[in-house]
Ligand binder design. Structure first.
Ligand SMILES: NC(=O)c1ccc[n+]([C@@H]2O[C@H](COP(=O)([O-])OP(=O)(O)OC[C@H]3O[C@@H](n4cnc5c(N)ncnc54)[C@H](OP(=O)(O)O)[C@@H]3O)[C@@H](O)[C@H]2O)c1
Length: 344
């Protein structure tokens, strides 16, 4: 799987995928990147990446369009399946907007990979497929890759709002289905479960997890649960995705969630480093119990390492300042906390 081969990245214009495409190009890969709309300015940045003119081909493909996805995967030795809707707003039709692209979309990508004789598929899942009320997991025990979120609990728990149920359910089902597809067909499928991803953005629009950090600094009307978050830098995540693609011995799931911090601790860090921002108020943080954290040891044992959280935060905020995402424009609607993160 040397760097002279061709790989496909689905949803190439997104936050995580853009960094992955940049890394792959830097390591000598030829990349087939899929986007939904070729004329959308949201993915224009891809063409400006170094070596993009020589080694990046952009394909128009919705996850639900098997033929378009198959055309993008032809000639590829590897596939990085990154695309999934990560909604910033509440969903109006969760089955259509969330489950179909996540679940049917993943199946389409895997079928296309099989048809093209791809050697390995890396599926980007999430720690939401690990951490939510796992059945039979001993209280206080560090969670590892053998821990699966309880899909039934996510579907049935009234405390969760529509949006969060469906995002979590979609990530659980699609990861399970992808690994099962690999077992059934012999296609080499591995998954990565990132925590909350922060870092500078390559894409021009603000994605949901970057909006999380922006909200903590700008403040606003929404309450935030004092959850124990697991954070990873987007650049370190891209390295992790490439590592599990390249290391022959990689198999199964890989938690990629190295930094554990509560919202109160994160707020203290932000206030000490950026005293000029209003930040969310302490009253807007709702306390809750903290279950046992997760470990990224499996990935570390493969040779992965990551930068300190302080560096990630500094780079993410420095980027947002330069891009004007932290400005306080007159008449601007109040900043909102992405509802996705308030229940998962
Ligand atoms: N950011 C995090 O904190 C985090 C944490 C854990 C896991 N993840 C996972 O990482 C992946 C990427 O997330 P991200 O943070 O980079 O979000 P993002 O910037 O919103 O990227 C999502 C990508 O998916 C594409 N997409 C959505 N629906 C699609 C469809 N029907 N057909 C084709 N493409 C579609 C989007 O394309 P358009 O631009 O056309 O909408 C976009 O390129 C997702 O699988 C997400 O679940 C993210």
């Amino acid at each position: 799987m040397a760097g002279s081969s061709t790989v496909c990245v689905t949803g190439a214009g997104g936050f995580i995928a853009s960094w992955l495409v940049k890394l792959l190009l830097a390591r000598g890969y030829t990349v087939h990147g899929t986007v939904r709309d070729l004329s959308d300015k949201k993915s224009a940045h891809l063409k400006r990446l170094e070596s993009a003119a020589e080694r990046l081909r952009i394909f128009k493909a919705d996850l639900l369009d098997y033929d378009a996805m198959a055309a993008a995967v032809v000639g590829c030795q590897g596939v990085f399946h990154v695309a999934t809707p990560v909604p910033s707003e509440k969903l109006t039709d969760p089955e259509l907007q969330m489950l179909a692209p996540a679940v049917t979309g993943t199946t389409n990508v895997l079928r296309a990979a099989s048809a093209a004789g791809v050697q390995r598929v890396v599926v980007v899942s999430s720690i939401v497929a690990v951490e939510i009320n796992p059945k039979g997991w001993p209280e206080g025990k560090i969670r590892d890759e053998s821990c699966w979120s309880d899909e039934e609990f996510c579907r049935n728990n009234n405390v969760l709002l529509v949006l969060q149920i469906w995002y979590a359910v979609a990530k659980i089902i699609s990861e399970e289905a992808a690994l099962e597809y690999g077992r059934q067909t012999g296609l080499d499928v591995v998954s990565v479960n990132p925590g909350l991803v922060f870092g500078p953005m390559l894409q021009p629009t603000v994605n949901a997890s970057s909006q999380f950090l922006i909200y903590l600094l700008k403040g606003g009307p929404d309450k935030v649960r004092n959850k124990l978050w697991h954070v990873v830098d987007v650049r370190d995540l891209a390295e992790a995705l490439l590592l599990v693609y390249e290391v022959p011995g990689a198999s199964g799931r890989h938690i990629c969630a190295p930094h554990v911090i509560s919202v109160r601790e994160l707020l203290d860090l932000l206030k000490s480093k950026y005293p000029d921002y209003p930040c969310i108020t302490r009253e807007n943080i709702c306390d809750r119990d903290h279950p046992a954290p997760m470990t990224s040891e499996k990935l570390t044992k493969l040779g992965w390492s990551c930068r300190p959280l302080e560096e990630t935060i500094a780079d993410a905020i420095g980027f947002c300042q330069r891009a004007g995402f932290l400005g306080d424009a007159d008449g601007e609607a109040p900043c909102r906390f992405p509802p996705l993160f308030n229940k998962i």
